[in-house]
Design a protein around this ligand. Sequence first.
Ligand SMILES: [Zn+2]
Length: 255
Amino acid sequence: MPEVKSALPPALQHPLLQTPHAMFCRLGGVSAGPFATLNLSCHVGDKQDLVQENRRRALAALGLRQLVALQQVHADRVLLLDHMPESGEFSGFDAVITNVPGLALLIQQADCQAVLLHAPGRRVVAAVHCGWRGSVANIIGKTVARMRSAFGVRPAELRAVVSPSLGPCCAEFITYKQELPAWMHAFAATGKPAHFDFWAMSARQLATAGVPAAQIGIMGICTCCNHGYFSFRRAKRENGGLCGRNGSMIGLAAR
Ligand SMILES: [Zn+2]
């Protein structure tokens, strides 16, 4: 009997990233209700066995060996993995860097950005969870700096892609004068009061960190407008904020 493989969940990729990676939408999983269907977070109230099946499918889509998930806290700590870890779950980090082939670095988001980074020459990858607090803390710049100090990655060789996430169409911050520092006010979206372009902010932070503009990709898909994605903002309007998390992943293939 030939082996029957279950269908892999649909995902977007970007041509800048010449390494296994995927930006998943909410389709292709087994979860139900507000988590339907490809919820990749263990911490939003979904059934654990369903999340594990969803994660198995996501890992299979990348063809890698072990998934690494962060219990993200909207801060700026960066996890460094230079050997195969015993466990795949780490709490208190919002970014992870590795040079270990076979690891699939997972970021879980529902409007926040996943920023996927690849240094082809050094064979190093990183995944960053970046919401507005991450933008304020410049977790992107800190991750690029750590890739350099730990693995000798030159920012000029980095390729970076910002996943589907909250777009300028929906990123309204009524209390931006209290919440967002002054430098961010320059990134106001045109024609919409109190809306901000966090995609452009991340592109700026990547460029400031030394990543060439031609090596920065923005997917440009708003998770709040597009019902194919989990969106915390949309869920807040509809049911008090209960929703799953989209996943974005990157890793290195075994040689
Ligand atoms: Zn939108």
